[in-house]
Design a binder for this molecule. Structure first.
Ligand SMILES: NC(=O)C1=CN([C@@H]2O[C@H](COP(=O)(O)OP(=O)(O)OC[C@H]3O[C@@H](n4cnc5c(N)ncnc54)[C@H](OP(=O)(O)O)[C@@H]3O)[C@@H](O)[C@H]2O)C=CC1
Ligand SMILES: O=C(O)[C@@H]1CCC=N1
Length: 260
């Protein structure tokens, strides 16, 4: 049983709590300044609290507040050296957090799919942390990266779900325009993204080879792919990733400058 506290029960904190509760093997304390935040996770947390002292004895304390709130929480958070403080705030480095705590600091960029235990996460740590590794395993897939690559990971897997929701929505919307019922279009689009993603994860074939496998000669897919290949969509999608990566760097500058 791993004792986990989550500070900040908004979008990401709630997703982590829900996923960990579903996985089992965790005693979960949910902390927020606003008790209304507990509504979404009440059935998943073992304890909800507005008293920050209640998180002190947890093995792992997850800092799931907005980057500009991190310094405010750290001011009041007392953790012993044998605890792990897991920070998920975009742009906030381990050095910034470590300067304010005795706990071992691990930095993770998670994503919203923690809720369904399909999370993609990037972790930066000095050495593997057993509890964090267990949590990330239980919530989905993770890779270990150098911390200086956390900005690009933030754009790819942290912000990435929003980009995918957008693309999925664009495909479903056009299918609705062309006659499909909205509910059916959503199911077909979402399951298509899920299936395609699962295929990439499980297959040895690269993305180009998989595209080829769908494109029957003289068939339908190649007509659509020609539209994509003759457009600037690849560059535009790349630009979205770069914009998010740049914003992560700006947030890091703010965090290092102590701006709030
Ligand atoms: N959303 C996402 O998909 C992802 C988010 N992240 C990171 O996770 C962190 C949280 O993001 P997100 O969940 O979207 O943000 P939210 O605003 O949804 O959640 C933050 C929660 O923290 C609460 N809060 C505010 N001040 C305090 C405080 N002093 N102590 C405890 N709780 C407080 C907020 O309450 P109130 O609303 O009343 O202010 C809110 O409930 C960010 O640092 C973000 O960079 C990382 C990856 C993905
Ligand atoms: O938009 C954000 O800043 C956060 C970090 C990654 C995803 N959401």
């Amino acid at each position: 049983m791993i004792d986990v506290s989550v500070i900040g029960c908004g979008n990401m904190g709630s997703a982590l709590i829900t996923g960990l509760a579903e996985a089992g093997g965790y005693r979960i304390t949910a902390y927020d300044v606003d008790p209304e935040a507990f509504e979404a996770i009440e059935q998943h947390a073992d304890r909800t609290t507005t008293d920050l002292d209640d998180v002190r004895d947890s093995d792992v304390v997850v800092l799931a507040v907005k980057p500009d709130i991190v310094p405010l929480v750290l001011e009041d958070l007392e953790l012993d050296a044998d605890r792990t403080l897991l920070t998920i705030a975009a742009g906030v480095s381990r050095a910034v957090v470590s300067a304010e705590t005795d706990a071992e600091v691990v930095r993770v960029m998670p994503n919203l799919a923690a809720e369904t235990r399909n999370m993609a996460a990037a972790v930066a740590w000095d050495e593997p942390n057993e509890h964090v590794a267990q949590m990330l395993d239980d919530l989905g897939e993770y890779v270990v990266i150098d911390e200086d690559l956390m900005h690009v990971a933030t754009a790819l897997n942290g912000s990435g779900p929003a980009f995918v929701f957008y693309l999925l929505g664009a495909m479903a919307d056009r299918a609705v325009d062309e006659g499909l019922a909205p509910d059916n279009a959503e199911v077909l689009a979402a399951q298509t993204f899920k299936g395609a993603a699962e295929t990439v994860l499980r297959s040895d074939r690269d993305v180009e080879t998989l595209i080829d496998a769908v494109c029957s000669p003289g068939g339908t897919t190649i007509e659509g792919m020609d539209v994509l290949w003759n457009s600037d969509v690849e560059e535009v999608v790349g630009d979205a990733l770069t914009a998010a990566r740049r914003r992560s760097e700006e947030l890091a500058d703010d965090a290092e400058g102590g701006e709030q």
